[in-house]
Design a binder for this molecule. Structure first.
Ligand code: NAD
Ligand code: TYD
Length: 358
């Protein structure tokens, strides 16, 4: 594929992994323009090496997806023929404490981007708009069952409601204007460059510092975990081979209770950076740091994904199992102390400290 892809939110966790994946793993010969507002979650450092290695084919543009005219100008300037839309406010806890930015970016921002694509592409069919979404739009499951693409939407947090709304807009643009759009609804990702407000990197880094490992409520909530590179591979396959108008669920076949995820991180840490050799632990085990805290308001109990459609139609399935994915992740954080230090001293920390006094 030799074209220009506009990636929105490419300085965040999954977007930066996606750009790295496309340049290094797919044989892609074209250009990527990364449009990112650089909120607390955006970090150009995530792609510093890529920017050097692919100079001329990687362009960073600081900007807001809500700024319709600027987005349209960018699409024209670089003759964009595909969009991979990651930009979003992505953290459920933040959406509970302050939903406004979620409505702005996730809903208005997606609308602005869709309008830019519709205006610029003007009915072309050799283009593609891919919208990256979440399984959380389907709501919460009981003890059994899985989300399918046909499961009715039932979002229950401001985050998932804003993502559901953006999904509906994307589908409406496909249906009404014929925009060649696809959507992926994916389960919880983990891996390198994950911002440490989310469960896995938060627990991992707290453990290394001998701080409490906060488990919300009874810790028996279930999430389905997918290594981020597997998600990137799924998105790439959908962008290249997926049916315009189709939605694809993406998941890891990896349902875990939160408490077991936390214990798994402790085990991976013990293997790679034993507690006994860590002076901040003062003789304690990593698991001694597990602390049950007040539950998240409206906390969804269980997510599970049926991803048989993408397997059947596009041959995608997850390739990294949870144990090795966790090990890879822990190793990455241990080897990237400078990245961790920069991120931890950033603005997000102040927010966390203010809202989650522990
Ligand atoms: P992230 O919070 O790590 O990154 C979001 C990026 O978007 C940041 O770089 C931020 O600066 C940028 N951004 C925010 N508002 C913007 C705006 N108005 N204009 C331009 N850029 C803006 O998020 P993530 O975890 O990488 O998630 C990426 C996408 O994947 C999101 O759409 C999210 O809903 C979806 N998703 C995430 C997960 C997950 O487990 N993290 C799972 C399924 C789907
Ligand atoms: P999170 O990583 O925030 O992702 P999401 O809410 O999108 O699933 O949380 C994953 C699960 O872990 C979720 O059930 C909430 C829980 N959790 C904790 O128990 N403690 C924490 O400190 C965090 C951030 C999350």
């Amino acid at each position: 594929m030799k074209k220009t892809i506009l990636v929105t939110g490419g300085a965040g966790f999954i977007g930066s992994n996606f750009i790295r994946y496309v340049f290094e793993r797919t044989g892609f010969k074209g250009k990527i323009v990364n449009l990112d507002k650089l909120t607390y979650a955006g970090n150009p450092e995530n792609l510093a090496d890529i920017a050097k290695k692919f100079r001329g084919r990687y362009v960073f543009a600081k900007g807001d997806i809500c700024a319709h005219n600027a987005v349209l100008a960018l699409m024209k300037k670089y003759c964009v023929s595909a969009v991979a839309h990651f930009a979003a406010e992505s953290h459920v806890d933040r959406s509970i404490f302050g939903p406004k930015d979620f409505i702005e970016t996730n809903i208005h921002g997606t609308f602005s981007l869709l309008e830019a694509a519709r205006n610029f592409w003007a009915g072309r069919k050799d283009v593609r708009f891919h919208h990256v979404s979440t399984d959380e739009v389907y709501g919460s499951l009981g003890a059994s069952g899985k989300f399918r693409e046909t499961t009715p939407y039932n979002p229950r947090s401001p985050y998932s409601a804003s993502k559901a709304s953006s999904d509906h807009l994307v589908r409406a643009y496909g249906h009404t204007y014929g925009l060649p759009a696809t959507i992926s609804n994916c389960s919880n990702n983990y891996g390198p460059y994950h911002f440490p407000e989310k469960l896995i990197p938060l627990v991992l880094l707290n453990a290394l510092e001998g701080k409490p490992l906060p488990v919300y409520g009874d810790g028996l909530q279930v999430r389905d975990w997918l290594y981020v590179e597997d998600h990137c591979a799924a998105i790439w396959r959908i962008m290249n081979k997926g049916r315009p108008g189709a939605t694809y669920n993406v998941g890891g076949s990896c349902e875990k209770k939160n408490i077991d995820v936390v214990k798994g991180i402790c085990a991976a840490l013990e293997a790679l950076a034993p507690a006994a050799a860590n002076p901040t632990l003062g003789g304690r085990e990593y698991t001694d740091l597990i602390t049950f805290v007040k539950d998240r308001p409206g906390h969804d109990r269980r997510y599970a994904i049926d991803f048989s459609r993408i397997t059947k139609e596009l041959g995608w399935r997850p390739s990294v199992d949870f144990r090795s994915g966790l090990r890879k992740t822990v190793s990455w954080y241990l080897a990237n102390g400078a990245w961790v230090k920069n991120v931890k001293t950033g603005a997000y920390r102040k927010w966390l400290d203010k809202n989650y006094k522990r």
